[in-house]
Unconditional design. Structure first.
Length: 180
């Protein structure tokens, strides 16, 4: 099987996660700060819209015994970018882009445990392509946020900006309350 990758995904080996949490899936789920969790039995994925929020979550998982890097390679965790794939060398996942239901207009990113034979992609509960980041993804580097986006407000776990490029409000979901 495989798990969806959107924006910045923290992907964890299921066997290592269950070992770190002594098989207590419920205790692990309490660490998940948003509604982006999905798991295929081999990999677990939690998504973030900012590198800072993903980094904070990786640090939280480290306190539970899960390690991101060991000898500059992904250990139990790998951070995966929707566009470019794993951010560190990782020998245990395969990353790629696929078309949902064979529809070339519905491209998504996914990763699976290396050697897995299934091509089924697991998404978070309630996920729909039409309202997803896969359908409308845009990336603004932190250095460009102040030039391209004007901060308006924070509400309900979102930072709201005005985009001069689109002439619309854009939203960045946040799990860490400090704005960049």
């Amino acid at each position: 099987m495989a798990v969806l990758v959107e924006a910045i995904s923290v992907v964890i080996r299921s066997d290592k996660l269950l070992a770190a949490f002594a098989g207590d899936w419920g205790r692990f789920k309490q660490t998940v700060p948003n509604a982006t969790l999905c798991a295929d039995g081999e990999l677990v994925r939690v998504g973030f819209m900012t590198p800072e929020d993903a980094e904070q979550y990786v640090k939280k998982l480290a306190t539970d015994g899960l390690n991101y890097l060991q000898n500059e390679r992904a250990a139990n965790i790998v951070v995966v970018d929707q566009n470019s794939g794993p951010l560190a060398p990782c020998e245990w996942i395969e990353f790629g882009h696929i078309s949902l239901g064979g529809d070339a207009q519905k491209r998504i990113a996914a990763c699976r445990l290396k050697g897995s034979a299934s091509s089924t992609v697991i998404m978070p509960d309630g996920w729909q392509f039409e309202s997803s980041l896969s359908a409308s993804y845009g990336f603004t580097p932190n250095a460009m946020i102040e030039k391209a986006l004007k901060f308006l407000r924070s509400e309900d776990g979102l930072d709201v900006y005005w985009s001069e490029l689109s002439g619309k409000e854009v939203y960045i979901g946040r799990t860490n309350r400090e704005r960049p």
